[in-house]
Ligand binder design. Structure first.
Ligand SMILES: [Zn+2]
Length: 418
């Protein structure tokens, strides 16, 4: 393996409080202090960061290889600047058993081009009725428990899940959705749901579960992470709980801090996601949560769906959009809008998810795995979803003018993109 010298870039390594122009050396797939005969990569004018981590990705394998596979999903990640991703268990069959976890890990070893950390289901078949075999899933290599796509409705079962998770040192990630309040809502309940005649998904349907999770995290003294938070009230609940020292954390997705529910007005199904796009008030709440650290991480909720599935009436279309390739550019807008400093943004993609999930990643410390992202922060480009590495095309950002992009993605010392 050739040694690398990444020369003259602005190195931002939040774990070590580094933000300065310096060189980074890689040898034998690790970050080192110096290297002989290294291939030089000119990074002048670029940002050099620990490989970015996305803790919320749907790879769809096993079961829906027509939407995405480990191969295409990880290629998409590398293009977006991500060297590590965390995949969700709502596959077919669900990742509620050791065989499915072993299958995913085998596929990653064979065709994956970035690191993939699997999660296991909280409940069998994500039905919220009976706990999955948490201990064996942990042995099989999961990094967290989640029923993402679904939400355990029984507060007692959720309590037991968190108690078991604590015994096995696993964080619990929760897709916060109260089924009785949300029912078959498809867009945010408010002006636009009424104007368009679409069924509403009220913000309270998220807030109630966030509040439940705060109470259970407090009761069990264990970590619950609220996934893809979309409402201002949820942010407020998490902020207050964090002040009391509750073990609660949260992530936000670029679509929720970039767009609002008015985007749905043409009944375009690529604006249908779960939770839905919400109001300007909610979007501002998410931005405040990102700015003050209430929201720990940014994640894509990359959710590929086939075109034929999305090209139906709004009510019938599946929820979700692909996001790995547009995530970094949309997040760099937060720096330009002065919501976050660049080091704070990089932290939300590196040290924060690594700490929450206890991953030995997200730093350029000497001896760390040589996962590195080189970012051109100013390059202007247009997102063309027809050229996506994903098998799916369901992005609302097709044709958008973007600024900033991963120029090179290095995983374990090997360039995986371009
Ligand atoms: Zn979800």
């Amino acid at each position: 393996m050739k040694s690398l010298l990444i020369k003259g870039g602005r190195v931002i390594d939040p774990a070590n409080h580094v933000d300065e122009v310096r060189d980074v050396f890689i040898a034998e797939s690790k970050i080192v202090a110096s290297a002989q005969d290294a291939e030089v990569i000119d990074a002048r004018g670029k940002i050099v960061t620990p490989g970015l981590i996305d803790m919320h990705v749907h790879l769809r394998e096993p079961g829906r290889g027509d939407k995405e596979t480990v191969e295409t999903g990880t290629r998409c990640a590398a293009r977006g600047g991500f060297t590590s991703i965390v995949c969700m268990p709502n596959t077919t069959p669900a990742a509620d058993n050791t065989g499915t976890i072993a299958f995913i890990r085998q596929r990653v070893a064979e065709v994956g081009c970035v690191n993939v950390f699997p999660t296991g289901a909280i409940s069998k078949e994500l039905k919220g009725e009976e706990l999955a075999p948490i201990g064996s899933l942990k042995k099989a290599g999961i990094v967290a428990l989640t029923d993402d796509g679904h939400c355990v409705q029984s507060n007692d079962l959720m309590r037991r899940a968190v108690e078991y998770a604590k015994m096995f040192n696993l964080p619990v990630l929760d897709h916060c959705q109260d089924y009785s309040l949300v029912a078959d809502g498809v867009v945010h309940e408010g002006y636009w749901s009424a104007a368009l005649g679409l069924r509403g998904w009220p913000a309270t349907g998220e807030d109630v579960i966030v509040a439940r999770n705060v109470l259970l995290a407090e009761l069990t003294d264990w970590w619950i992470h609220c996934q893809h938070i979309s409402s201002a009230r949820s942010v407020q609940l998490i902020r207050e709980a964090k002040r009391r020292g509750v073990k609660i954390s949260a992530e936000a997705c670029p679509h929720h801090f970039t767009m609002t529910d008015g985007c749905v007005k043409a009944y375009e199904t690529n604006f249908k996601m779960n939770p839905p796009l919400r109001t300007e008030h909610d979007r501002d709440g998410i931005l405040e949560g990102l700015a003050d650290g209430t929201i720990d991480c940014i994640a894509s909720d990359h959710a590929p769906h086939c075109t034929y599935e999305k090209e139906v009436e709004f009510d019938l279309a599946p929820f979700g959009i692909i996001g790995l390739e547009t995530e970094l550019a949309l997040s760099l807008e937060l720096v330009r809008k002065k919501v976050l400093t660049l080091p704070a943004l990089i932290e939300r993609f590196t040290t924060k998810p690594a700490t929450l999930l206890r991953l030995n990643k997200g730093t350029l410390s000497m001896g760390a795995d040589a996962d590195v992202t080189i970012i051109d922060p100013e390059i202007e480009w247009t997102y063309d979803v027809t050229q996506s590495a994903s098998k799916s095309r369901n992005s609302p950002f097709h044709g958008w003018q973007m600024r900033g992009k991963a120029e090179r993605t290095i995983v374990g010392g090997v360039t995986k993109f371009p």
